[in-house]
Design a protein around this ligand. Structure first.
Ligand code: ADP
Ligand code: MG
Length: 254
């Protein structure tokens, strides 16, 4: 396997070292992601999901194994991975526009073309009138949208989402999940979502990868056709959704 898929992980393991001992967080993970796929990674808390995303982002170097993006070692690719966290991490003293522009400033990519792109995204996703407002004027849902746009303006090849809906209350959460899902589909982004919420994972994804408990390996994988439906609540009413959630539950229980 090499360069056949957009992202390829081959026998990845990671050991954390502390002064006293060594923890094997990830034991042996082989997986791939294709262009425009929406993948979810689920597994018990502490099984190494965040660790795995950090490896894909190039923040952590695996202890063993190989990881490539477009056939090239991940360490050689620059700024091609976007990361969205549970907390939106907006800067309160910067306006919406200044927040969205931040990544472009840091990476020295602030040019007229990108400036145009970010303004288009703000307009397209209902934030045009809030350009000059500060984050505390926005609802939780709007803040998450700003965070997503800030990542998208960098035109990442892959978008990593680490429990991005975890901190939202139930009502907001439904809207934000629908928003984020629609934006990712419209912008044709390849995405990897990490979550412990099975309903979130199944309803959003083309494919769900189930990890075992630590030290983790890939335990099972499930495919869905649910993304052909735009509406998430509609996806959840299908037999397919219910069947797959059931099957993953069984997988996690044994
Ligand atoms: P998840 O995101 O699935 O909850 P993590 O990837 O955060 O899991 O953590 C996996 C395991 O590695 C956990 O047992 C955690 O305690 C351990 N771990 C995470 N980060 C560190 C670190 N910086 N140093 C040592 N151990 C760590
Ligand atoms: Mg985590």
């Amino acid at each position: 396997m090499s360069g056949k898929h957009l992202l390829e992980l081959e026998n990845i393991s990671l050991n954390y070292h502390t002064l006293k001992d060594e923890t094997t967080a990830i034991k042996d993970i082989t997986m791939h992601v294709d262009t425009k796929e929406f993948i979810s990674i689920v597994g018990p808390s502490g099984c190494g999901k965040t660790t795995l995303l950090s490896i894909i982002a190039g923040i952590l170097k695996p202890s063993h194994g190989k990881i490539t993006l477009n056939g090239r070692p991940i360490a050689e690719t620059k700024n091609q991975i976007g990361y969205m966290f549970q907390r939106d991490q907006l800067f309160e003293w910067r306006t919406v526009l200044q927040n969205v522009r931040l990544g472009l400033e840091i990476t020295h990519n602030r040019d007229p073309e990108n400036e145009k792109y970010l303004n288009e995204l703000l307009d397209k996703y209902g934030l045009g009138d809030f350009r000059d407002k500060y984050p505390h004027h926005l609802s939780g849902g709007m803040r998450q949208r700003v965070a997503l746009i800030r990542t998208l303006v960098l035109r990442p090849e892959i978008l990593l989402l680490d429990e991005p809906f975890g901190a939202l209350d139930y009502q907001t959460r439904r809207t934000v999940i629908q928003d984020v899902s629609s934006i990712i589909t419209r912008e044709e982004k390849t995405s990897i979502l990490v979550t412990h919420d099975l309903s979130e994972a199944v309803s959003l994804s083309d494919r769900i990868i189930v990890l075992s408990k630590r030290p983790s390996i890939v335990k099972a994988e499930f495919k869905t056709n649910l993304r052909k439906l735009e509406n998430i609540e509609e996806r959840k009413r299908t037999e397919e959704y219910k069947r797959i959630v059931d099957e993953i539950w069984k997988e996690l229980e044994n």
